[in-house]
Structures are given as C-alpha cells and as structure tokens.
Design a protein around this ligand. Structure first.
Ligand code: 5GP
Ligand code: MG
Length: 187
C-alpha cells in the first residue's frame, strides 16, 4: 500500500492526538463524565455515514465518556453513477434510534458539501432532540459557507486522500495514515 501513496498528509499519531482532543470538545458539549446519565431519556446517538467514517467512529467513541447509542446511515447514488445530464439522485437508508435523541452525525470528509445536507434533512424529519455534525476532515473553501458543521478535525487542501477509513474504489480503508494517492492510480 505504501508504494501507492504519494505523500502522507496526516500520520497515525497526529490523527490519534486530534481525535482525542475532539473527544474532549464533544464531551464538553454533551455533558461531563460521570454526569452523563442525567439526560438518559433523550440520550446521545452517534450517526456515522457509512462506510468512510467507520475507523474515525471507532476511535472517537472510545474518547467519549458518554452514554450513547449508535445509528447508521448509508447513502448511495442511483442508478449507478450519476452523470451531468442526469440529476443527482440518492438513496438513503437510516437504521437506529434518532427520534427524540441528541444526534451527532459523524462523517469522514466534507468536500463539496452535497452529501451532508441530505443526511441532516433526513435526521431533522425524524424529530431529534438536537442535531450536530462532526467531520474528521474538511477541504478548505469547498463547501458552501452556510453548511453547518459543529466539530472539524483537520482543514486540508483540495486533494484526494485515502486511508483511516477513506477509500478509493473501496480500497485503502485500512491504511493507518491519511495520504494522497498517486495520481496515475486514479485514472
Ligand atoms: P461531498 O458530498 O462533501 O462532496 O463528499 C462527501 C463524500 O465524498 C465523503 O463522505 C467521501 O465519501 C467522499 N470524498 C470526498 N472527498 C474525498 C477524498 O478526498 N477522498 C476520499 N476517499 N473520499 C472523498
Ligand atoms: Mg467514499
């Protein structure tokens, strides 16, 4: 795998430290360790957007000393790949408990900002107690400024990155760092 990576952007240790900090930032908003049962009726549900966010999710939740449930959302384009002549149509599948819960959407990367509002709207329609969004990576200056994201791990340049859950053609998700894939592999 290493040979396919042009350059490591964020190494494993840098990611680990930032995810730990994000855990503290998020825990401050949702409650203090030890007191986190107080809102048991409307507890916290983390909602990862599959599949890119799974590694981030696994590390993040172990930095969060909160009572929580997990729900899952999967979003796919249909039929097949969308083209410019064809409107972008999406199929969204959400499983788990979000109505009446404090929902935190967890995504790997915010790029153009097309995906996130679709998930945010779907959650809002189900009547959560609150809704916030957390992304590990955000590409500088790409998504509309109105797009609301509450927690961001790293701001990165507009490059195609893989690793730590992020894929190219469903590969490289297990690469432990976040790196830039060699351009010739993507053509
Ligand atoms: P958006 O809708 O914000 O343009 O894109 C969001 C989704 O596109 C991400 O959740 C991710 O699955 C994919 N994506 C965007 N940029 C990258 C990237 O640099 N690398 C990888 N592997 N996926 C990306
Ligand atoms: Mg992807």
């Amino acid at each position: 795998m290493d040979a396919d990576i042009e350059r490591v952007l964020l190494d494993r240790e840098t990611i680990r430290r930032r995810v730990q900090e994000m855990g503290r930032e998020i825990a401050q908003v949702y409650g203090n360790p030890g007191e986190n049962r107080l809102d048991a009726r409307a507890g916290v549900t983390l909602l990862p957007i599959l599949s890119g966010s799974i590694i981030f999710l696994a590390d993040l939740i172990r930095e969060l000393p909160l009572m929580m449930k997990l729900a899952f959302v999967h979003i796919s384009s249909y039929p097949g790949r969308s083209t410019q002549s064809q409107p972008h149509r999406t199929l969204l599948e959400l499983t788990g408990d979000v109505a009446g819960r404090h929902v935190l959407i967890v995504d790997d990367i915010l790029d153009s900002g097309r995906t996130l509002p679709i998930v945010q709207d779907a959650v809002q329609q189900r009547g959560p107690a609150s809704l916030r969004t957390c992304v590990l990576l955000r590409k500088r200056g790409k998504a509309a400024a109105e797009l609301k994201v509450d927690f961001v791990g790293f701001e990165i340049d507009d490059l195609f990155v893989v690793g730590y859950g992020l894929d190219f053609d469903d590969l490289y998700r297990n690469y432990p760092h976040i790196g830039v894939l060699r351009a010739e592999l993507m053509s």
